[in-house]
Design a protein around this ligand. Structure first.
Ligand code: F6R
Ligand code: MG
Ligand code: MG
Length: 385
């Protein structure tokens, strides 16, 4: 049966700043999806991390189904009404358009969805990140599906030995390419190492995969709010869906990719690098320096139009060392204050006063000759770069 998993998320207001959602807003979103979703979706789960509310749905309408997207949009709208009444910070901030126009893409919320051929047992994990960007998924997705030191199944499971296909998007130039691992592994890495531009959108099995040929097995939100709106309106905190087991990376291989708290961008004011801390839902608040960036994971099994679970995957002492290391890295890097590489390079910052500072100081810059001596002519801002 045609089956689609759709995950849509948005920041529609939080408290006290961008720390966490309000339970009344979550309740309003839940109520809307429960009451209005009948006849549109089969089952759903609503969750949150930091200031982002997350809706996971299963249905038979295919990807890009306007009725499914509208259901999520209207749910976020009704949550926004409550957020406004409560005076929550940034109420409705990710809903960039006034009215729904057929497809939620480009309207603000992040979306990840895939059509699947359900297996006898269809296990998958939804990962939700806050205070970072879609490229934050590049490193763990690569490790899950291409790195045998993370995923030994790539070497010892006959069904995975051929490797996987990676669909990579250039989110600056709006282009995509499909590359295959392991043959093109170095090409894949040369792109996705530039994580602010080249992002893994989907992973597919090979066409000759014995159990699940040519199937989409992972998908990540790639929405860039700052590009959509033309100016900074909030972070494009990403989410992703990863199918697991039986010829795909095992649950534990997928989770293993998060045991190293690697550095991601998007911390404080969308302008700082910081370690990605794996957390259980009870620890998904963003209190320290609006972070540190966090990832939560929900494990589901899908069967006969029903979602079983979820399991709060990082709520396990096995991730305590990663959390401790993330705190140590946070202490270390925070000592750098507003200096790079804690602060992002100028072109990647969501907030910057630099153009105004340069304008103010423009009359005070003097041009230097090749020996470092002052030339007489003052330079204008246009000459300063
Ligand atoms: C939001 C975020 C925060 C804000 C910061 C400043 O997701 O990342 O770090 O950028 O709290 O917010 P404003 O400018 O709204 O006061
Ligand atoms: Mg957020
Ligand atoms: Mg936010």
């Amino acid at each position: 049966m045609k089956t689609t998993i759709t995950h849509i998320k948005a920041d529609i207001g939080s408290l006290p700043g961008h720390t966490t959602v309000h339970e009344d807003v979550v309740a309003a979103v839940k109520k809307h999806v429960k009451e209005q979703g009948e006849g549109i979706i089969w089952d759903h789960h609503i969750s949150y991390i930091g200031d982002d509310i997350q809706i996971t749905m299963v249905h038979g309408n295919g990807i890009n189904a306007s009725e499914v997207h509208k259901l999520a949009w209207d749910a976020f709208k009704s949550g926004t009404d409550i957020a406004k009444k409560l005076g929550l910070y940034g109420a409705g901030q990710d809903l960039l358009k006034d009215s729904f126009s057929g497809n939620i893409k480009g309207m603000g919320p992040g979306i990840a969805e895939m059509d699947i051929t359900p297996r006898k047992s269809e296990p998958f994990i939804v990962f939700m990140m806050d205070k970072t960007e879609p490229g934050a998924f590049n490193y763990p997705i690569f490790r899950m599906f291409a790195d045998p030191f993370n995923t030994p199944g790539l070497v010892i499971d006959q069904n995975m030995h051929a490797g996987f296909k990676f669909e990579i998007w250039d989110i600056v130039k709006a282009k995509s390419i499909v590359l295959e691992a392991p043959e093109e592994m170095y090409d894949i890495i040369s792109l996705i190492g530039t994580k602010g531009r080249y992002v893994i959108k989907r992973v597919y099995t090979r066409d000759d995969h014995e159990k699940l040929p040519g199937e989409n097995v992972a998908v990540i939100t790639t929405d860039k709010l700052s590009f959509i709106a033309g100016e900074y309106v909030g972070k494009d905190d990403p989410a992703g869906i990863v199918r697991i087991q039986s010829g795909l990376p095992a649950s534990g291989e997928v989770m293993e990719a998060f045991t190293h708290p690697y550095l991601v961008s998007g911390w404080m004011r969308g302008s700082f690098n910081g370690p990605l801390m794996p957390v259980g839902l009870k620890n998904s608040k963003m209190s320290r320096f609006d972070g540190p960036p966090k990832v939560a994971g929900l494990g589901f099994v899908y069967k006969d139009k029903k979602l079983n679970g979820p399991v709060d995957m990082f709520d396990d002492p096995a991730f305590d060392n990663a959390r401790q290391k993330a705190n140590d890295v946070a202490d270390y890097i925070r000592r750098m204050g507003p200096f790079e590489p804690h602060r992002l390079p100028e072109e990647d910052m969501e907030y910057t006063t630099l153009p105004k500072v340069l304008e103010k100081l423009s009359g005070r810059f003097t041009e230097l000759d090749e020996t470092g001596k002052t030339k007489s002519k003052k330079v204008s801002t246009m000459d300063v770069d």
